[in-house]
Write a protein that binds this ligand. Sequence first.
Ligand code: HEM
Length: 500
Amino acid sequence: MSMPILVALGAFALLFLRFLFTFVQNHRFAKAHGCQEARQQPQFERIIGYDSFKRQVAMSKAKQILPDGFQRFEDVGDTFSLVSMGRKFWFTREPENVKAVLATNFKDFGIGRRFRAMGPLLGQGIFTSDGALWEHSRALVRPSFTKSQVADLDTFETHIQRFIEKIPHDYSTIDLQALFFQLTLDSATEFLFGESVDVLRSPPGSEQQLFGLSFDYAQKEVTQRTRLGPFVWFYRNKEFDIACKRVHNFVDKFVARALEYRRAHRAGETTSNEKEKGKYIFANELALATDDPMQIRGELLNILLAGRDTTAGLLSNTFFVLARRPDIWAKLQNEVDRLEGKRPGYETLRSMKYLKFVLNESLRLYPSVPGNSRFANKATTIPVGGGPDGKSPIFIPKGGTVAYSTYSMHRRKDLYGEDAEEYNPDRWEILRVGWEYLPFNGGPRICVGQQFALTEAGYTIVRLLQKFEKIESRDPTPWLENLHLTLSSGNGVQVALFAR
Ligand code: HEM
């Protein structure tokens, strides 16, 4: 036998032995933990699982990924496995499983190769990193989200006024969703960079507008890159590269300013930038903690991505419903009118009960992040879903993916009652929730911007209801999903608003 054949046979034998060893080890581990198999999504075959991939693509085109996923849970069970493009997934909408993945067994799971798809746009930062890098990012970013920093409503008011100026006074139709995305870009950049890109006012073709368009484009491409998995290495798109470059060049000016702030701060000087504004600037605070320009840029873009579309989606989905539900609009207006036209502060917003119910209910039926997944770093388990009664733990091998659907969990009738799919803010009068309600995630990676988002969304709703008497839907179609990394309304929010 020739040498190359001997080497090949040796390698094959080693691989086989390794496979056998892992198989026996996994089997023992699963048995010791009382694990049983999860239910299986019926499939044509479970080796490649092409049917599953095809269904996903078709549902995405029809804007039906979320209802289709919900129906699968209804048909197969609250936890099931399926194979798609050669990879096995465990899908779940069981609060106990989600809690295990995000909190109890947090160290057993990671975010996988998020950086691979998102790195070219976002770089390394809190959202794209794992392990020690993530811990470092989280520690860097966390102090910037205290109450005093997220409650800068004076600055936000200027953006709201620019937003209101864009609403026609002749009752003609406007897509509020497009405006909400501009509003949240303006306010997020103000908080992060110390200077808003002001897309609500900047002229077409301006540097600010180009930044907004490039960021939007690159973000959509990131969704596409995420779907491609390891095949992303073979995927080239020049426009994406140009968009990333534009975004980086734009942000780097603010990074340089922040580093100048650091130098001045250390020298005991005040920069003209800080003197002028005298306000909290996230980039500057980061620069006090690190002088690495790539890390500052990365964290800024990570937070822009995590915070901007999510809040715009929440506002859009809420106004989509409000335009069709005069009863809810009237109740909300009743509460808003108790302010007698005054601008609400942070504490006032927190005390507005019905406003809170409306936000809770929007995030229940239309969670801005409707699904997510985690990847096992080592052999582990999730507590329920195995065996014929679905009560046994399930074994998850190293590299296995657990995908959880917040959208489907939030619509379970056994958790929320027979009217689970109805928009009813009043349910929050008595509803007490734990892991079955998870719009902001849970465990160590819980959303850092939760209070920021709820304050901004609540303030926007109050100011719009103070300005407008009535809202009218100009779109007869039912709600459809617009699902990229986050969720918004597929047909936008086509309405007319009637000033008081
Ligand atoms: C309605 C609005 C929002 C919703 C529903 C929301 C939801 C979420 C969810 C579900 C996650 C977990 C993602 C994951 O682990 O894969 C998350 C993470 C995060 N969110 Fe939010 N978010 C919102 C607004 C914001 C805002 C306004 C900011 C900042 C200004 C923000 C900053 C972050 C950051 C930095 C993370 C990553 C945390 C980490 O990995 O440690 N979010 N958010």
